[in-house]
Ligand binder design. Structure first.
Ligand code: SF4
Length: 331
């Protein structure tokens, strides 16, 4: 696969550099913005280590997580990866796909998400491929997402694939033999948020059109509405989002909805402010509530009364606009 990626990248005008080891040089800079720009425009084509290939439990999104890549070429000012991946934000694409996939079948029937079992009936043991990357962003170069979809589609056990994306080039996915074993969720938001904070991603209308095409190609689909923010007229903005999603879908589509509010940690805030010093994204601990995890780590979420109001509003809108959809969780 490495040769294919190099060929396609060269055809797109990228400089190809062969390295003897895993160390990428020339990224460091005293200015975090310069370092960020260099790293974001670098794709390392490499192999996943034994540790990186070991699937991890990942509730509530899925039973297990596995990675086709880490990092992402887009520029979302709230990026979930900030602070969770070490070092400059280079994208690393793993080319030992058969080896990565070999680790999944032994997990069949293990690690089920008990709280959402009823919602997931029929999906078997679920594997999430978008925890540390946007796999559709890399598909034009690698083709490894459609290969993975076909691998799941051709199996006779209960494994199923899920991933979420902010990209919209779906031709290779529509051609893949998915066998109904993949759920593609489009990561969406109020239009103003997608325009202000999600640089380098597909426009909202293109993502919704992609969801419609995939549903018509027989895929299970979904909306990952994230990160939800109480921007001006948020009630109207999210209602328009659900209405547009409904209009994009064919009748009878199998759709899920996940609702995820904006949050940050002290570490992700520091990283994001280094990358986007002029961001208009609210990351003010003074207007947030602190939530502690079992290891003492802090994250800042919206205060409980606002959370309740947003939850009631968005759940109501999703149910009204997408009456056939399964609401998986609010967080
Ligand atoms: Fe981060 Fe996802 Fe945006 Fe990529 S698309 S920059 S992974 S939030």
């Amino acid at each position: 696969m490495a040769g294919r990626v190099a060929e396609r990248a060269a055809a797109m005008g990228a400089e190809i550099v062969e390295l003897a080891g895993d160390r990428i040089t020339g990224l460091k800079d005293d200015d975090p913005r310069t370092e960020y720009r260099r790293a974001k425009s670098t794709l390392a084509v490499t192999v996943a280590s034994a540790g990186a290939m070991r699937p991890q439990p990942i509730p509530p999104s899925a039973d297990w997580r596995f990675d086709l890549a880490t990092g992402c070429p887009a520029h979302c000012q709230y990026c979930y990866l900030a602070g969770s991946l070490k070092g400059p934000p280079v994208t690393r694409l793993f080319v030992n796909l058969p080896e990565i996939l070999e680790h999944l079948p032994p997990l069949s029937g293990q690690g089920r998400i008990t709280s959402t079992n009823a919602d997931r009936a029929g999906e078997g043991t679920t594997f999430e491929a978008s925890c540390y990357t946007d796999p559709l962003a890399l598909e034009p170069l690698s083709g490894c997402l459609s290969e993975t979809i076909s691998w799941f589609g051709e199996r006779s056990d209960d494994l199923s694939l899920r991933f979420t994306t902010k990209f919209a080039e779906t031709a290779s996915l529509e051609a893949a033999v998915h066998g109904g074993r993949t759920r593609v969720r489009l990561s969406v938001n109020a239009e103003e948020i997608t325009r202000r904070f999600e640089g380098g991603t597909a426009p909202l209308a293109a993502r919704l059109a992609a969801m419609g095409r995939l549903a018509r190609a027989g895929y299970k689909v979904g909306l990952t509405v994230a990160p939800i923010m109480p921007v001006e007229d948020w009630e109207g903005a999210y209602d328009r989002l659900f209405a547009a999603a409904s209009a994009a879908l064919p009748a009878g589509a199998d759709v899920t909805v996940e609702l995820i509010t904006h949050r940050f940690t002290p570490g992700s805030r520091d990283v994001l402010l280094g990358w986007y010093p002029a961001t208009g994204l609210e990351m003010d601990p003074a207007v947030r509530t602190v939530k502690r995890n079992k290891f003492g780590g802090r994250k800042y979420v919206y205060p409980a009364p606002l959370m309740r109001e947003m939850r009631a509003t968005l759940e109501g809108q999703a149910a009204a606009r997408l009456p056939g959809a399964q609401l998986l969780y609010w967080t």
